[in-house]
Design a protein around this ligand. Structure first.
Ligand code: MF3
Ligand code: CO
Length: 250
């Protein structure tokens, strides 16, 4: 397992790629309203990414047919945008987006409430986001990779939610998916030593009910087996000598 350490020059490209993606997410977030189709969200996302002279890295990745993964309610990740899938008040929607800028990838996900949702569902969204921040408190040079995993697990387990185990976070750089894999659940080993210059996509996927997931017949859409809502929050981060730098926030 070779984990790449980015040079200062590469880090600058990763920063730019991250900032652009943060802007794309910001604009997509403002478009989320009852009545919009998941297809329209994808088209807007692709247009925004290309407007920054970037390439949507998900499009055609292993045959994935869109630029933005749009996952509604019990859909965990990798939902395929569709003209006839219209968001309605009370839904939640996870948008996972990524792009390539000057040869460097960024990757980030957000979950939004569509109009007003129940307090229980809003809590799932908020705790999923918070678990990312709990995890990256451990993302420091000198700590080990699974300190991040264990911190996410410890936080989410207190909430009583199910942590998805079939999908994990990952290194990122000149490829969308690089080593290492980053589980969001407890590990007994410590994992690799974190070093400045590592760039990682940390992405808890949290189910309100049980952790088990299954794949729909489209071979992409991952859903919670029990049909309860699921949330996703992801940023690309940089390990430094001090606090991690979150590259995909404004
Ligand atoms: N953000 C996803 C990940 O971290 C990538 C989506 S895979 C795609 O793995 F095929 F849908 F692009
Ligand atoms: Co990712």
């Amino acid at each position: 397992m070779a984990v790449s350490i980015k040079s200062e020059r590469e880090i600058e490209f990763m920063r730019e790629a991250g900032k652009i993606l943060a802007k794309v997410h910001d604009e997509l977030g403002q478009a989320i309203k009852p009545g919009i189709s998941t297809w329209e969200i994808d088209k807007l996302g692709e247009k925004l990414i290309r407007s920054y002279d970037c390439i949507p890295n998900f499009l055609n990745y292993n045959g994935y047919p869109a630029s933005i993964c749009v996952s509604v309610n019990e859909e965990v990740v990798h939902g395929i945008p569709k003209k006839n899938r219209i968001l309605k008040e009370g839904d939640i929607v996870s948008l996972d987006a990524g792009l390539i800028h000057k040869g460097y990838h960024s990757d980030a996900a957000r979950t939004y409430a569509v109009g007003k949702v129940s307090p229980e569902v809003q809590k799932l969204i908020d705790e999923t986001k918070q678990s990312f921040f709990e995890g990256i408190k451990m993302a420091k040079a000198g700590n080990h990779l699974f300190d991040i995993s264990n911190a996410i697990d410890a936080y989410i387990s207190k909430c009583g939610y199910g942590i998805v185990r079939d999908l994990v976070g990952h290194g990122i750089g000149t490829s969308l998916h690089e080593d290492p894999q980053i589980p969001n659940f407890h590990q007994n080993r410590r994992g690799l030593l974190l070093q400045p210059g590592m760039t990682l996509a940390v992405e808890p996927m949290i189910n309100m009910g049980r952790a088990d997931v299954e794949w729909l017949a489209d071979n992409w859409t991952v859903v919670a087996e029990d049909g309860l809502p699921s949330a996703h929050y992801e940023n690309t981060i940089l390990i430094t000598d001090g606090e991690p730098e979150i590259l995909t926030l404004l």
